[in-house]
Design a protein around this ligand. Sequence first.
Ligand SMILES: *[C@@H]1O[C@H](CO)[C@@H](O)[C@H](O)[C@H]1NC(C)=O
Ligand SMILES: *[C@@H]1O[C@H](CO)[C@@H](O)[C@H](O)[C@H]1NC(C)=O
Ligand SMILES: *[C@@H]1O[C@H](CO)[C@@H](O)[C@H](O)[C@H]1NC(C)=O
Ligand SMILES: *[C@@H]1O[C@H](CO)[C@@H](O)[C@H](O)[C@H]1NC(C)=O
Ligand SMILES: *[C@@H]1O[C@H](CO)[C@@H](O)[C@H](O)[C@H]1NC(C)=O
Ligand SMILES: [Zn+2]
Length: 350
Amino acid sequence: MVLSVVYLGLLLLSGLCRGQEFSYEGSLGESDREVRYSTFIDNDALRNEINLVFAGPSHWGDEYHTCIGKHQSPINIEEHNVKNVSLQPLRLIGIDNPCQSYVTNTGHTVMLKTNESKAAMLSGGPLENNIYVFEQLHFHWGQNDYEGSEDLINNHSFPMEMHAVFYKEDYKSMDEALKHEDGLAILAYLYEISPQPNPMYEPIVKLLPDIEAMGKGKVLQEPLLLETILVPDIANMQDYFTYNGSLTTPPCLEVATWIDFKDHQELSREQLSAFRDLRNPQGNKLTHNFRPVQPLEDRVVLHNIPQEHSTPSNISEDHHFDGHSGQRSVKVPILFVALGALVAIFLFAM
Ligand SMILES: *[C@@H]1O[C@H](CO)[C@@H](O)[C@H](O)[C@H]1NC(C)=O
Ligand SMILES: *[C@@H]1O[C@H](CO)[C@@H](O)[C@H](O)[C@H]1NC(C)=O
Ligand SMILES: *[C@@H]1O[C@H](CO)[C@@H](O)[C@H](O)[C@H]1NC(C)=O
Ligand SMILES: *[C@@H]1O[C@H](CO)[C@@H](O)[C@H](O)[C@H]1NC(C)=O
Ligand SMILES: *[C@@H]1O[C@H](CO)[C@@H](O)[C@H](O)[C@H]1NC(C)=O
Ligand SMILES: [Zn+2]
């Protein structure tokens, strides 16, 4: 009894500690945490485990206060609770020239950037006449075929979700755009399992084994036609949900107009499982990298009802790609690690 009080106290104390970077571990609740505490006695392992657990999604807000904001992503979209609207056509521009693409394992996801002076652009729909410039696309997945997407539809999770990130042209760069509430537009694509591999994703899936370690990157063998990935089916492009939200990774800035297509993309089991072999910053398999859903609060989700077809056209302008938002890292105090080890030994002895 006394011990569990001490133990609880330590848990609270540990809330003050900051994890290195961020992780997707430790989101399984209190029992998961206890298991981790009592099974790792070895100091290094203990330190790592504690670090990871306290860097998990439910602790992102400890270090990144914007992660506990009121307009966070992802969310659960309840179809019976959306507002039907008819916005001007959503337009993707400059996606019909093959471009050299670079794929990297960031430790948190697989990210694809294009090496193109004529960047792809997004406009229309909820963005109205503002132009957004393509920055990168990346994926979120889960440890099995029943979860992995970030946004849910009617509480349903999909095995994978792709995000195509665009920044507002007026802000000139990704870094500057992150400082404004209308800075980003993100296209979200949901996936289902299909018996056949999806040939459009084969070039990416095939190079995943070469970028297993965090930080590794590789140029796609063939130039990529963004159109095949961003507009797999033009007929369904205007059927989407849209809402105002945030980045789904720290610092969780509330700067994104989300556009979630209703149409689902397909990927085979084997294609999907190749993503789970990538390694995270600790060198473990990155089996899952989705953030749990956040409260909708006062937001309204719009459902665009398609009116007419629109065709992508093209614009040419020069753009450069900038780096990403920085990540901070803080060490776990040694005192805490020592206390944790002590408690673990105590519990084990009982
Ligand atoms: C919104 O549109 C959907 C699909 O077109 C339709 O099923 C639904 O009844 C509409 N909702 C309202 C409130 O009009
Ligand atoms: C981008 O393309 C240019 C010209 O083809 C090349 O010199 C450069 O190395 C490429 N960069 C990457 C990251 O592939
Ligand atoms: C989703 O889950 C919530 C909470 O459990 C529930 O209130 C809601 O009715 C569910 N929505 C659907 C469409 O099943
Ligand atoms: C999103 O925020 C903008 C202001 O930044 C507002 O004009 C727009 O109506 C909001 N969209 C929704 C769906 O609430
Ligand atoms: C768009 O590209 C096509 C070729 O892909 C070209 O024929 C057409 O003139 C371009 N349109 C504009 C507006 O630049
Ligand atoms: Zn994402």
